[in-house]
Design a protein around this ligand. Structure first.
Ligand code: PDD
Length: 280
């Protein structure tokens, strides 16, 4: 695997950073994950905008221009032989003497890697659990400090589930690393954007394709009781696309199989990817 680190492309084994890097010491940095289909970057402008928003939120100047990001990402994909890939990039505040406040005159660390991914067959339905949302109040920042998310996801995996759906003050927020959709009375619903959820790029694309195809949806607060009464539940992310949840906390969701609206939206999402694969 060829990675990018601070101006250089090199094999992953040779990429080294300082142990004083504030990403390592404090989790002081932000990241993005973006898929590549047939060598084409998925929603690049949207990912770069979200990166910009995260950097602004942590008061770190963007070390690269949009054009530089775009050029480097394209080169990274080519170094790793094109095709379908998943890119991870992160920017940290860089290496400095350990002190909580921002250091002066410090070079941010820019790191990017990419690995091949396989096309995913439609899921037969998977399990999720609910957990209290133990995270902080700025979940809209795509911060590398993911300890709460890591613990929550592991709690799910420990009981054979693939995701933890997070509940804050009685309302559904999102998954440990995904957004959440439910279908109730034929209407698809997803929580509105706020500081308590990450504005998912997949979430936005799903709403866009639903609108284009006259499928009704609402961005609206969802109570825990509504979640439990939903006939369909999906979790969505760049990595997992749209996964139907057919068991929630050991209770069957709807018919126990992926629902008809999921099926429709999954197909529309595949069509979008196919278009990107063919035409960029
Ligand atoms: N995570 N919410 C959280 C907390 C996430 O971590 C993610 C994605 C999403 C979905 O965002 P998007 O559709 O832009 O992937 C929502 C990435 C994939 C990760 O941390 O690996």
């Amino acid at each position: 695997m060829i990675v990018y680190l601070n101006g250089e492309f090199l094999p992953v084994e040779s990429a080294k950073i300082s142990v004083l890097d504030r990403g390592f010491i404090f989790g002081d940095g932000v990241y993005e994950v973006l898929p590549v289909y047939n060598g084409h970057l998925f929603r690049l402008a949207e990912h770069l905008q979200r990166l910009e928003n995260s950097l602004q939120a942590i008061r770190l100047a963007n070390p690269l221009s949009r054009q530089q990001w775009s050029d480097l990402l394209t080169q990274l994909v080519a170094h790793n032989h094109g095709g379908d890939q998943s890119i991870y990039l992160q920017v940290t505040r860089g290496p400095a003497k350990r002190e909580h406040n921002f250091p002066h005159l410090i070079q941010p660390t820019v790191f990017m890697m990419s690995e091949a991914i396989q096309a995913q067959p439609p899921s037969p339905g998977v399990k999720a659990i609910t957990c209290p949302d133990i995270r902080w109040q700025r979940c809209d920042i795509k911060a590398v400090a993911l300890l709460a998310n890591v613990l929550l996801r592991q709690q799910a995996v420990d009981v054979g589930a693939v995701e933890a759906i997070l509940i804050r003050d009685g309302y559904v927020m999102e998954g440990a690393a995904s957004n959440v959709f439910v279908v109730i009375d034929g209407i698809t619903m997803t929580p509105p954007k706020s500081r308590y959820i990450l504005p998912g790029i997949t979430r936005d694309l799903i709403l866009e394709v639903m609108q284009a195809n006259q499928l009704p949806y609402q961005e609206v607060a969802i109570t825990e009781a509504q979640l439990r009464s939903a006939v369909e539940i999906w979790v969505t992310s760049s990595v997992r696309e749209i996964l139907p949840i057919t068991t929630l906390d050991e209770q069957t969701v709807g018919s126990g199989k992926p629902g008809p609206i999921w099926s429709q939206v999954w197909q529309l999402y595949q069509n979008y990817k196919q278009q990107l694969r063919s035409h960029g």
